[in-house]
Design a protein around this ligand. Structure first.
Ligand SMILES: Cc1ncc(COP(=O)(O)O)c(C=O)c1O
Length: 451
């Protein structure tokens, strides 16, 4: 761990030692940063790092975007806290209004909270109250947060839940179509025709397994909601076949089950559409968002059908800080920037550039089992090609690649249940030159890591 007492501090006063931060915060880097601009983080000693983690998918507009920073500063000077039960404020009213129109379909309403997990809690509470049914069906490999209910829905990795049993019950798990890890053989999810029930060439059989769940564990008429990520995040940046969500929507409708899409990581332009669910044309009943909405200020919430939102009786849910006035000002500025600067389009274009580069790397290394992604949510999955069926996860190599990239001033993250995936989450403002730089660093890192 870095000795922070030796780090030059802007204030001139020595910094406290790094071990004041408890070890429960697993560390990705030991960098002490002073500021950020666009895709870059700058340390206290002036070193520049290309931040392709975006603070875990948060800084979609880049670090400290001038318009967002100005909106925050102006709001902070006027009012820091205008509690939602007590007053209305302009940034909040404007944001609630805009959230009604960001997603096709509707009519939509919204509820504002602080973190992704809190948005998930709200979605589950609303689904249960709206349907008067108890059960939630989540998907294997999913990540929904750290609070008790969100942990109970999370299966991306044992460490997120295993120490905290007993967890809230009436939660069951269905299979997510993870085409690279399909039981029979890996296959390309894009081979699937839109809207098909049994995706062409997809042997994942998630639908058959769901039927099995309904026959063995739970009656579908007891299920309040499915909760699903349109692209698995922590679970390994898994892009499902395009027919998956439309078919899930049909099954939900058949049984009166609500569809919650968790867009905490995929939302606000990340995948090359404003919300990832738009790729499939599916209308959810409830959508959760956080991360990218406010460029780094804590804000989250749900967008839900108005008729469903109305079923929440007054005071059945709330919170002291939800829809904080400064965070709302940041969110309004963030949405302006995403729209005015064409960042959704840029996510598509830079995402295609990045994925093409990763596929070229995959062609050179047998240890890269899969290169995949949607928009600027892209990943490499590392395997041991000479063991088992050739898809044995390779966490050691994954971690070496991330470490070598960091040595070359590129920040990327891991993901996947076995830590076998390098995930790359650039800010949506990233440029073609930065993408090329990152690809060059990744190529060197693969070589240095012994891929
Ligand atoms: C899909 C998804 N849902 C929920 C969460 C939880 O968000 P938070 O960490 O803000 O509570 C995350 C965080 O990574 C996420 O990726």
């Amino acid at each position: 761990m870095v000795d922070t007492a030796q780090v030059p501090a802007a204030s001139g006063t020595p910094l406290p030692p790094a071990d004041v931060v408890p070890p429960v915060w697993g560390r990705i880097t030991d960098l002490v940063v002073e500021r950020g601009e666009g895709s870059w983080l700058i340390t206290t000693s002036g070193e520049r790092y290309l931040d392709y983690s975006s603070g875990i998918g948060v800084t979609n507009t880049g670090h400290a975007h001038p318009r967002v920073a100005a909106a925050v500063a102006a709001q902070a000077a006027r009012l820091l806290h205008g509690q939602q039960n007590i007053v209305y404020h302009e940034p909040g009213l404007r944001l609630y209004h805009r959230l009604q129109t960001l997603l096709p379909g509707g009519p939509w309403g919204a509820f504002l909270s602080n973190s992704g997990a809190e948005a998930v809690e709200a979605a589950v509470k609303l689904a249960r109250i709206a349907t008067k049914r108890p059960v939630i069906v989540a998907f294997r490999g999913g990540f929904h947060g750290r609070t008790a209910q969100a942990m109970a829905l999370t299966t991306a990795k044992n460490v997120y839940r295993a120490d905290f049993e007993p967890l809230p019950g009436s939660v069951y798990f269905a299979d997510y179509p993870y085409c690279y890890r399909a039981p029979v053989a890996p296959h390309d999810p894009t081979a699937c025709a839109a809207g098909c029930a049994h995706c062409d060439g997809c042997s994942c059989d998630w639908e058959g397994r769901l039927e099995e769940l309904f026959h063995t564990l739970v009656y579908p008429e007891h299920v309040a909601a499915f909760i699903v990520e349109p692209v698995l995040g922590e679970g390994g940046y898994v892009v499902p076949p395009v027919g998956f969500l439309p078919r899930l929507r049909e099954i939900a409708d058949q049984h009166g089950i609500l569809l919650i899409v968790d867009e905490v990581q995929t939302g606000f332009g990340r995948t090359g559409r404003f919300f990832a669910v738009e790729h499939s044309g599916v209308e959810p009943d409830i959508l959760t968002f956080a991360k990218g909405v406010a460029s780094g200020l804590p804000l989250s919430g749900i967008i839900a059908k108005q008729e469903i939102l109305r079923r929440w009786r007054t005071s059945a849910h709330g919170g002291t800080y939800g829809g904080n006035v400064v965070a709302c000002a940041a969110a309004n500025a963030t949405i302006d920037v995403i729209q005015d600067e064409g960042l959704v389009q840029n996510a598509q274009e830079r995402g295609a550039q990045l994925l093409a580069g990763l596929r070229a790397l995959k062609a050179r290394y047998r240890t890269i089992g899969d290169a995949r992604g949607l928009g600027l949510m892209v990943a490499l999955e590392f395997v041991k090609p000479d063991e088992g069926d050739g898809r044995v996860p390779n966490p050691e190599l994954t971690k070496r690649v991330v470490a070598e990239a960091l040595r070359r001033h590129l920040i990327v993250l891991t993901a996947g249940s076995h830590v076998q995936v390098v995930r790359i989450i650039p800010p949506l403002v990233t440029t073609p030159d930065e993408v090329d730089l990152a690809l060059g660093i990744l190529a060197e890192s693969l070589e240095a890591a012994g891929a």
